[in-house]
Write a protein that binds this ligand. Structure first.
Ligand SMILES: Nc1ncnc2c1ncn2[C@@H]1O[C@H](COP(=O)(O)OP(=O)(O)OP(=O)(O)O)[C@@H](O)[C@H]1O
Ligand SMILES: [Mg+2]
Length: 509
């Protein structure tokens, strides 16, 4: 009896915890490990080879891993690889190799495309930046050993009547391939002249004028030795050749011919020399574009206030770039050149669309290819409201079609007002909408430096494919990219000049 009591006393004084299950928040008391909240389990990422031994605690990540590494999933930390070409060609995740980027200015849209362009060169794809207004892509393309073509008043010209490589390619081709290359080049030149007329008048040329233009370009090609320029086309119209007269239905009356062609001649003349478009499009091309290298058209020297010239330059670059790609396809199909893959970047789409009625059709015509095979396309605009700001309902619907038809839509921070329209086109859940809206929050002030911190939404994007849930991702720049990606370079250069000025005034002199 005494022995049993002693044993019970010894048990009472023993320090080991009693054998009952721990409460939900752990053992109470100092040093016993109780927690005020239930902690989420730690998660790690590893390769299939490493993680398989942890079965059944491993779970596959939902993020696709095929293509250019973009960044980490904001929710799971998983790596996301994505680009329109790999997702179309190898992963079969999207129905066509195109991406449309939307987002408020300065949140990193161009930066994502630079990342994709850079990554795709690793897969042997040639990035083609058809019109760089900032310049955002020049350093990258130069770094890749590509071609930088400068366009602007007094800097570089792009003759819109130059068939480019199409003439040389046609010589090497036969039969229908040859006919197709010639027809495509002619169609593009016609579209480009009509585009400039549309921009000057803020309205498209009439159907009759389009016919006259087409016939005049045909006559010009037959008669002219070498590469024609815009004054040659004007001369053809002035000379009133029979072919063109027929289409004007002048019935042998020169006055009727002049009535039909004068408005067109006036518009074309306004594009020459000291006209509003300068001589950029009406004189011999300064640097012909190559189709075997990365290319960027640097149009950053054009004054941002000169909106018409910016639009015209963008359209001319698109026309020339897509023309070259078409030639490359025709030559590759005929077995004369290797099959090349291109990643075409059309930044600042909204600028071109604002050129007046009919511009959407022109963009559509210029960015169309006979064979889409082998071309990934990326378009950037700010908001759906930009597309909806077009004056014509027809144009608005077609512009929305650019987003609807894109294989992949990538959205950065966007205001609440965008949500109804955007949800209609890409299907966003309430949580996704809230995420996008939170990314436009203004940056905080940094008390220590007196400067703004980086905007909270910079580098954050939601990748949407069809009606599937979006993948939120943060793009973190590598050290190399940070050097290439400084699109605020001019500001920095100026502030460093100011620093020099403050410290040692003589250094500037
Ligand atoms: N993921 C990122 N991390 C850090 N800085 C970034 C990131 N993305 C972009 N930036 C920086 O933010 C600035 C603006 O980026 P970017 O030009 O890509 O924006 P954008 O959306 O294309 O703007 P815009 O609509 O005006 O063309 C640049 O200085 C760029 O270096
Ligand atoms: Mg940009």
């Amino acid at each position: 009896m005494i022995r049993r009591r002693r044993k019970a006393k010894a048990e009472k004084t023993r320090k080991t915890p009693p054998a009952r299950p721990a409460p939900a928040r752990g053992w109470r008391g100092r040093g016993a490990g109780s927690s005020v909240y239930v902690q989420a389990a730690e998660e790690w990422r590893g390769t299939t080879v490493q993680v398989c031994g942890l079965w059944p605690f491993a779970a596959g990540s939902g993020s696709p891993m095929i293509g250019v590494p973009i960044g980490r999933n904001l929710l799971t930390g998983a790596t996301l690889c994505a680009d329109p070409i790999s997702w179309f060609q190898r992963a079969h995740l999207i129905s066509n190799p195109s991406v449309f980027l939307l987002g408020r200015p300065g949140l990193g849209k161009s930066t994502v495309l630079r990342r994709m362009g850079l990554g795709l060169t690793g897969y042997g794809v040639l990035p083609m930046v058809l019109g760089d207004l900032k310049p955002d892509y020049v350093d990258l393309i130069r770094g890749l050993g590509g071609q930088v073509i400068e366009l602007g008043r007094g800097r570089g010209r792009l003759n819109i009547l130059d068939p480019g490589e199409a003439s040389a390619a046609a010589e090497r081709l036969t039969g229908s391939a040859r006919a197709q290359v010639i027809a495509d080049a002619r169609g593009r030149r016609h579209t480009m002249v009509a585009t400039l007329v549309t921009l000057l008048r803020a309205a498209p040329p009439t159907d009759h004028e389009e016919l006259i233009l087409d016939r005049a370009i045909g006559v010009l090609d037959d008669r002219h030795e070498g590469v024609p320029v815009l004054p040659d086309l004007i001369e053809v119209l002035m000379q009133a050749p029979d072919d063109v007269r027929q289409i004007t239905f002048d019935r042998g009356d020169m006055d009727r011919y002049q009535d039909a062609t004068d408005p067109l001649i006036k518009s074309l003349t306004a594009m020459l020399g000291q006209g509003r478009l300068g001589e950029i499009f009406s004189a011999e091309t300064t640097t012909p574009m190559r189709r075997d290298r990365p290319v960027v058209f640097d149009i950053s020297s054009i004054d941002p206030g000169d909106e018409m010239l910016q639009r015209a330059a963008l359209m001319a670059c698109w026309s020339s770039g897509f023309g070259s790609i078409n030639v490359a396809h025709a030559l590759a199909d005929a077995g004369l050149e290797p099959q090349r893959l291109y990643f075409v970047i059309l930044d600042e789409l909204w600028r071109a669309l604002r050129g007046g009625r009919g511009m959407v059709d022109r963009v559509d015509a210029l960015t169309r290819l006979n064979r889409q095979h082998g071309v990934g396309q990326a378009m950037i605009s700010h908001t759906m409201a930009d597309l909806d700001a077009l004056p014509d309902e027809d144009d608005r619907m077609k512009a929305r079609g650019f987003v609807e038809r894109a294989g992949m839509v990538i959205c950065g921070g966007l205001p609440e007002s965008e949500m109804p329209e955007l949800s209609r086109v890409v299907g966003l859940s309430r949580a996704e909408q809230e995420m996008l809206v939170s990314w436009v929050d203004p940056p905080a002030w940094d008390d220590a430096t007196g400067e703004e911190t980086a905007p909270p939404g910079r580098g954050n994007f939601l990748v949407k494919v069809g009606g599937r849930p979006g993948i939120p991702v943060h793009v973190a720049l590598t050290a190399v990219e940070e050097g290439l990606n400084d699109t605020n370079k001019r500001w920095h250069e100026q502030s460093s000049l100011a620093d020099v000025g403050e410290a040692e005034p003589e250094a500037i002199a």
